[in-house]
Design a binder for this molecule. Structure first.
Ligand code: ATP
Ligand code: MG
Length: 412
């Protein structure tokens, strides 16, 4: 076998196995999403096999394949396997070769899965023989309870796969199996994480970004595009709406008392987002709010914001603290984009001391002084959207970074 044919990336899924009736549809969706994520790489066939998905690396680096697939929702973990002939001698020869350049960091155990029941030996015997070679060659102790390293042996009809350790995937369900929702995407740390968490539950995520151009510069729009492109790694492309919010904000400044303005901005964002969601057939909104994180996110204020929504408003970060959210953002590669400085619309016309417990009646009274329908109509009418491919795809195609490009399709 040629060197590259002897390696295989194996993706394992977890939650999909619970979908008894629909497993086929879930797996088909996962395969599509995996192919999409790998499209920029010169990798080979992606196939479903015995409750796993295998990827032929082709001339791509198997480690890079794992790194990319780890961000595709639905994959629990991944391993790079060496493919052996389906007999014990070939397997043990490969185990010996493996120990040439490798020493377990402490104890080890062997896990065997015998998907092809026609194989001559039973799993415990295969494990014992592989373990004996490893122990003999490396001197490392076996620990079945809490090993430092795990060696996996997977027997299928025409091959045996041998692999060492696993790369953690993001788990959950494949995007496209859980409906479509519209994410309110600022340039901050929280909202992209909120979108990623809902993608992990199978949601296809569209996004809307509110900016204050020409009152402020375009920096927040550029960040929103780059973040939408990172989200697109796990779904084929992200639809991103851009809404100019400056006129709405100046109208609020004219008519609404200072302490209520932040909440009024949020309510108007939610109303505009509901309109765009309905047009784009999204069934819910997603925001990055987390209880108590800032003054506008007290329980009372969250209720006032939610009351403006005609659609369900999902807040997947509600019970997460900032540190957890930040760790997640780092892992998902959104953090570095989010912390770049920008001119966010929320910094425009914002009072120093927003109300922390606004009464809904006060907010509704203030809102009655605005022509809300006209403001929404104008904002939706002037909005634009585009589809952003993943940053990986953009790089492979040699496109200028998403950051610099203008919307390609106008009108919502
Ligand atoms: P983030 O880090 O996501 O900006 P935050 O902690 O800064 O969140 P806020 O600024 O109060 O919180 O925003 C709360 C939520 O409102 C955001 O998570 C996002 O979903 C939405 N939001 C805020 N500003 C915008 C914007 N300019 N465009 C779209 N959505 C926004
Ligand atoms: Mg923010």
């Amino acid at each position: 076998m040629a060197e590259e044919q002897r390696r295989l990336v194996i993706a394992h899924y977890n939650e999909i196995t619970l979908k008894l009736g629909n497993r086929g549809a879930f797996t088909a969706r996962l395969l599509d999403n995996m192919r999409q994520a790998l499209a920029p790489l010169p990798s080979g066939a992606v196939r479903s096999q015995d409750g796993r998905v295998t990827v032929v690396p082709g001339s791509a680096d198997p480690e890079e394949i794992c790194r990319r697939l780890a961000q595709v929702p639905g994959i629990a973990n991944l391993s790079v396997a060496t493919v052996c002939e389906p007999d014990m001698d070939s397997l043990l020869a490969e185990v010996e070769r493996m120990t040439d350049g490798w020493q377990p960091a402490g104890s080890f155990r062997v896990r065997v899965r015998r998907a092809w029941k026609g194989f001559a030996l039973e799993s415990p015997e295969i494990g014992a023989r592989v373990g004996a070679v490893l122990a003999d060659r490396t001197g490392a102790p076996v620990n079945l309870g809490r090993p430092d390293e795990v060696v996996y042996v997977h027997v299928v009809r025409d091959a045996i796969y041998l692999s060492l350790g696993r790369v953690q995937g993001c788990g959950g369900l494949p995007v496209g199996t859980g409906g479509r929702a519209l994410l309110l995407l600022s340039g901050g740390i929280d909202s992209p994480v909120a979108g990623l968490r809902m993608m992990r539950r199978g949601c296809r995520v569209d996004a809307v970004h509110f900016h204050s151009v020409p009152y402020l510069d375009r920096s927040s729009m550029r960040k929103a595009r780059r973040l939408a492109a990172v989200l697109a790694r796990g779904q084929s492309a992200t639809r991103l709406h851009m809404v100019a919010f400056g006129e709405v904000q100046s109208e609020v400044v004219r008519k609404v008392p200072r302490p209520l303005r932040v909440l009024m901005y949020r309510r108007l964002m939610v109303k505009i987002a509901c309109r765009l969601a309905n047009q784009g057939k999204a069934a819910a909104l997603i925001s990055g709010e987390s209880l108590g994180q800032v003054a506008s996110q007290t329980m009372a204020n969250l209720a006032v914001i939610e009351q403006a929504a005609e659609l369900p408003l999902y807040r997947p970060l509600l019970g997460m603290d900032k540190l957890e959210i930040t760790d997640y953002a780092r892992e998902a590669d959104t953090y570095d984009i989010s912390i770049e400085p920008d001119q966010d619309c929320c910094t425009l016309f914002v009072p120093r001391h927003p109300a922390t417990r606004a009464a809904l009646e006060d907010v509704l009274r203030a809102e009655a002084s605005l022509d809300v329908e006209a403001l929404i109509d104008a904002a939706v009418e002037a909005s634009e959207y585009e589809y952003l491919k993943s940053d990986w795809e953009q790089q492979a195609a040699g496109l200028p970074e998403a950051a610099g490009r203008e919307p390609v399709e106008a009108g919502a």
